[in-house]
Write a protein that binds this ligand. Structure first.
Ligand code: GLU
Length: 565
């Protein structure tokens, strides 16, 4: 056991490994980490996998990966190899997976039972239901209470009947004061907490028991966790007292909400998808997105959620952006981990003096519980995007290219496969200025990857205007389409396909035939190679598309526009 030094706090983040790391959980981890780091203490990750049905290894790994990505590195906890090859975790207080600590819990169950603080309870589900009903009939809340020890004969009889026992804590009927450095102290009157289960029928400890034993054995001095655990803390305190443990200092953190006051939940993704499906009056799932059975269940019941992969496929088919909820969503969308940390830190805490932009080093130095707010923070996505944009704009262009490449390796491998390193860097440099996220260069430039004869030209106002579709020529002036035809021959004859060569050829042509207005020549070219009036700078774009593909696309565009004229 680590003997805690009161001047060096030990904090922990203790996720239950199901689902994904939500921004609320990430903020709890960030605050716990910053609190310990800033005070020379230790930060522990502990995986609370005592609910065998809901826990998965994949979820544990996901939590560790997301925390590491955020830059929240743990001093003790499961070992994890970071993408840079360094190993995080380990430590003398392991295992850091509760499912591997059952023997430890057994010792403390035995201690409590021997001291009369806990007892076996053999009730069946039916018997418990009947007790609940009785309480309801009396209009009372059901609270299980000790009803005397059973005889050894009775016990043998229960075993023979195939019953299994849980172990319940014999909660003392006393008022319990919870000391909370964030919310303030609160006292729960005597009798509110029942004899709760501490050892389940499957032999695993309940959350309450394991958390108390592990916080003690791991020397945790400060517990920061979600507000929903506030009343659980009363249970933890009575257990600590019965076991002769220290009481850590608690800080319960308010939840993070959407600006409209709703809870930020993964259901928000389904909401967006349902709206898009309704708007498009879809009666069947787009091919390759969701199975017909899942679709039927999902459409028929607003409480049903699509699994994440299916939701992503459907959002791509419907061309709608899913709201980011989990840390991994933000990463996929191209947010920077340092921006997420900065922004999350501000969702519930502030350093004062109107300081808003800071890094994790600053956070560790300044973070204190007395500046954590008690009320729910509102998650302002517009502000987050502005933070991200500012950070991207301030980045040296080489760094932007490098980080985009890392992002693409994971989420946009088709771009990595399509371009060599020089071309990839060119695309990144061309996109840097206008990018708000690391994903934007890929999300907005899908035209670079499509087959030349699959490119779709947008038939909209801007395209028609730029090409002169549907407009009669004024004084015989050339239309965009005429320029495109002319440029096609000029470009085909260029000795080299570089930005400089392309630009000077276009300038020479423009001076003579387009009254020096480069836009009236560049814009038709842009439409021809990208399908729309928006793309990275045109000469870069032409180099990225390549000579043969550009000429083929121009031919198709000329044919398409001529047919519309
Ligand atoms: N496993 C609990 C959860 O994920 C941890 C609560 C705590 O920090 O004590 O909510």
């Amino acid at each position: 056991m680590t003997i805690p030094n009161p001047s060096c706090p030990v904090t922990r983040f203790a996720p239950s490994p199901s689902g994904h790391l939500h921004v609320g959980g990430a903020r709890t981890a960030l605050y716990s980490w910053a609190f310990a780091r800033g005070r020379g203490g230790q930060f522990i990750i502990r995986i609370e996998d005592t609910d065998q049905k809901r826990s998965s290894d994949a979820a544990s790994v996901g939590f560790l990966r997301d925390l590491e990505w955020l830059g929240i590195r743990w001093d003790q906890g499961p070992t994890f190899t970071a993408p840079d090859g360094s190993v995080v975790g380990g430590g003398a207080n392991g295992s850091y997976f509760q499912s591997e600590r059952l023997e430890i819990y057994e010792r403390y169950f035995a201690q409590l039972i021997a001291a009369g603080h806990a007892y076996e309870a053999w009730d069946t589900t039916e018997e418990l239901d009947a007790m609940r009903k009785e309480s309801m009939a009396r209009k009372e809340a059901f609270r299980y209470r000790f009803r005397g020890l059973i005889s050894p004969e009775q016990r043998t009889q229960f075993v023979a009947e195939g019953r299994t026992a849980v172990v319940r804590f014999r909660t003392p009927q006393v008022a319990i004061t919870i000391k909370d450095d964030v919310l303030g102290d609160a006292t729960l009157p005597a009798g509110e907490v029942d004899d709760f289960v501490i050892r389940k029928k499957d032999g695993f400890p309940t959350y309450h028991f394991a958390v108390v034993v592990d916080d003690e054995l791991m020397g945790v001095t400060h517990v920061l966790r979600a507000q929903e655990h506030f009343t659980n803390t009363a249970k933890h305190i009575v257990l600590q007292d019965a076991l002769g443990f220290r009481r850590p200092t608690y800080g319960h953190l308010s939840i993070i909400k959407n600006p409209d006051d709703s809870k930020m939940s993964k259901r928000d993704k389904d909401k967006v998808l349902r709206k898009a499906v309704k708007e498009r009056s879809l009666s069947a799932p787009p091919a390759g997105t969701v199975s017909t059975e899942d679709w039927g269940r999902w459409i028929g019941d607003d409480n049903v959620q699509l699994d994440l992969e299916a939701a992503i496929r459907l959002s791509e088919a419907l061309k709608v952006a899913l709201p980011e909820i989990n840390v991994d969503d933000f990463r996929r969308s191209g947010y920077l981990p340092e921006t997420i940390c900065n922004f999350l830190a501000l969702n519930g805490w502030s350093p004062g003096h109107d300081i808003e932009k800071f890094d994790n080093t600053f956070l560790c130095e300044r973070f204190s519980l007395d500046r954590v707010i008690k009320t729910p923070a509102k998650f302002d996505r517009v502000k987050l995007l502005a933070f991200n944009t500012d950070a991207i704009n301030a980045m040296p262009r080489e760094e932007f290219a490098r980080r985009c490449r890392e992002h693409a390796a994971q989420f946009r491998p088709e771009f990595v496969a399509r371009f060599d390193e020089a071309k990839f860097a060119l695309l990144m440099h061309a996109c840097h200025e206008r990018s708000k996220t690391l994903d934007e260069p890929f999300r907005t430039n899908g035209f670079l990857l499509v087959d030349d004869d699959a490119l779709v030209f947008a038939d909209d106002k801007n395209v028609r205007k730029a090409l002169g579709i549907g407009a009669s020529s004024v004084d015989g002036a050339k239309s965009g389409l005429d320029h495109l035809r002319a440029m096609r021959s000029i470009l085909a004859a260029l000795p080299e396909w570089t930005q400089v060569a392309l630009e000077s050829a276009a300038n020479a042509y423009t001076a003579e035939y387009a009254a020096g207005k480069i836009g009236s020549v560049a814009q038709p070219l842009r439409i021809a190679v990208s399908g729309t009036t928006v793309s990275p700078p045109i000469w870069d774009t032409l180099v990225l598309v390549g000579c043969n593909a550009a000429l083929a696309r121009i031919d198709r565009c000329v044919a398409w526009a001529s047919a519309l004229r």
